[in-house]
Design a protein around this ligand. Structure first.
Ligand SMILES: [Zn+2]
Length: 225
């Protein structure tokens, strides 16, 4: 699911006190064109929201939308179903160019045996995924090392800071983006959306993911004690 921000909503329908989006300008998850979706006004509604769909004017594929309504809020949360932006890595990894095929296969197999509740097979494949992740960064250096040793030396082989430092040139005072952030020039809809994506990515990378890994590790330790 990908969040649709208010800036991409071009028109609304009024349902009681609720404003429901009718026109949405956004990237089609299927053909990647920027198009104008017109949402069907017939909704499958429940207490907490609505599900609807719209046909992409470019590729003619039907795309689902989910609208979450909250009490006392006139503006609902709107999401487009975009498998690539889902937080499920099985959907995401296929579209990221640098992930080794072997790792993708191992992870998919691990998910599939886990879903069939085969715990022994899950253990075997989980180990294979861990080994693959480590091997991706350590290469031949991983040979002859135990998993704990590999994790110990892993930070010397990945540049976790690159994602952050690469943003520095974008923020240069004489740069176009800096001028937009200082309100010296205007941001168009597309740039506003990209900036919101960047904020989300940064927060995920710096706070959400490290926090989640920490919490899972604590839960595993607690379970082992
Ligand atoms: Zn399309």
């Amino acid at each position: 699911m990908r969040r649709i921000f208010a800036g991409s909503i071009t028109s609304y329908s009024q349902f009681g006190h609720l404003k429901v989006p009718k026109g949405i300008r956004n990237i089609c998850p299927v053909c990647k064109e920027k198009v104008e979706f017109v949402l069907k006004s017939t909704y499958q509604s429940s207490k907490h929201g609505l599900m609807t769909e719209s046909v992409c004017p470019s590729c003619k594929k039907s795309v689902p939308f989910v609208i979450i309504t909250r009490e006392n809020e006139t503006q609902p949360d709107v999401y487009i179903y975009d498998p690539q932006s889902s937080t499920d890595p099985t959907n995401q990894i296929q579209h990221i160019p640098k992930i080794p095929e072997e790792l993708v296969r191992a992870y998919k197999s691990a998910v599939s045996v886990y879903l069939s509740k085969e715990n022994t097979a899950t253990a075997v494949l989980a180990k294979r995924v861990l080994e693959n992740v480590l091997k991706n960064f350590l290469g031949d250096k991983a040979k002859g090392m135990t998993l704990d040793q590999q994790f110990e030396v892993l930070p010397d082989h990945i540049h976790l800071d690159k994602a952050v430092t690469s943003l520095s040139p974008l923020m240069k005072p004489e740069g176009a983006l800096h001028k937009m952030l200082e309100l010296e020039s205007e941001m168009d809809d597309e740039m506003t959306e990209l900036i919101m994506d960047l904020l989300e990515d940064l927060i995920q990378y710096l706070f959400v993911l490290p926090g989640k890994i920490e919490m899972t590790r604590e839960q595993i330790e607690k379970k082992l004690n």
